[in-house]
Write a new protein. Structure first.
Length: 319
């Protein structure tokens, strides 16, 4: 089977949910017109990667508290039935018959103070196929995101193929990787904020290990895309090498084949739609010599138990 994937390496509207949704629907439409069956957005594309937390980690930092409140305000709550703020994106997926994987800041509940770093997979009928919440936020990311659970460690059937996904440094977690390998991924979505060499290595290694295609989506964002009153804090969070003007995140989206070879090499410094046509049958050719969840596995020696319970607040109310 052949399938076409499209990566949206375009900036969202930071801390502006309505405008970001408008842009998302336009990008889905563009991707569908380019023949895409699967449309992929980077990590927390909706409504921004909160880089400022790396520079505003002090106790009760007033500016950090201000931006956290803004991020909460502009982050959607997901409804299992699809009746949520993402209705425009769901409608676009349904209208064009495409599967969408969207990175977003997910608010736990309408008045909750907690967020998850999530990947939402929307089917071509507009419904929810999966919600994966990043298991462990990295370093000072733990200031802004709660820890996820195993409920989203799922590979789902779509017209584009069997699709699974992980966020950023989850790709260094061998048990999370194997949980998806064991479900026989054909296409793996890897969502990132940026693509340094370590992330490139992780993406190629995942493809080799899982004998699957890896679609890596990286953010592209310039200083012009950041609200003026947030720019100083955002630049500080990106790091000491952040430019005074120009690109803060340079993209680097790519597609790797199940043999670890590039199908699309990392695209850096460009805001654009990136497409690739994949022959999913190649996965099964490469499985001849390595199939970790099959003939190369040793279930007599190793076992893995995955709790896929969706965790709630931990509070039970009895009236």
């Amino acid at each position: 089977m052949t399938t076409t994937v499209a990566i949206v390496q375009q900036p969202s509207a930071l801390l502006d949910l309505d405008e970001s949704l408008r842009r998302a629907t336009a990008h889905i439409t563009e991707a569908a017109r380019a023949g895409a069956d699967l449309v992929v957005f980077p990590e927390t594309w909706l409504t921004c990667y909160p880089a400022w937390v790396f520079g505003l980690a002090g106790w009760r930092d007033a500016e950090a508290r201000h931006w956290h409140a803004r991020l909460l305000e502009q982050s959607p709550v997901l409804d299992p039935g699809g009746d949520d703020a993402l209705a425009p994106v769901r409608a676009a997926a349904r209208e064009h018959g495409v599967t969408v994987v969207l990175g977003l800041n997910e608010r736990a509940a309408p008045s909750s103070g907690s967020l998850y770093n999530s990947l939402l997979t929307i089917g071509p009928d507009g419904g929810t196929l999966n919600v994966h919440r990043k298991l462990t936020p990295t370093h000072t990311e733990r200031i802004v995101w709660a820890a996820g659970d195993g409920a989203g460690l799922r590979v789902v059937d779509t017209p584009a193929g069997r699709v699974g996904s992980l966020v950023c440094w989850e790709h260094f977690h061998p048990l999370a990787r194997h949980a998806l390998h064991a479900q026989h991924e054909e296409i793996h979505v890897a969502a990132w904020p940026d693509m340094p060499e370590s992330h490139v290595i992780a993406a190629r290694s995942y493809a080799l290990e899982g004998r699957c295609f890896v679609v890596s989506a990286g953010l592209v964002l310039s200083t012009d895309d950041v609200p003026a009153d947030l720019l100083a804090a955002y630049r500080a969070g990106v790091g000491p090498d952040a430019p005074g003007s120009g690109l803060l995140f340079t993209g680097g989206s790519s597609v790797v084949g199940p043999d670890g070879a590039w199908i699309v090499e990392p695209v850096l410094g460009e805001a654009r739609l990136i497409t690739a046509r994949l022959d999913t049958g190649r996965r099964y050719e490469e499985a001849l010599d390595l199939d970790l969840a099959g003939h190369y596995g040793r279930p007599d020696v190793f076992s893995l138990s995955v709790d896929r319970t969706r965790r709630g607040s931990g509070v039970d109310f009895t009236d």
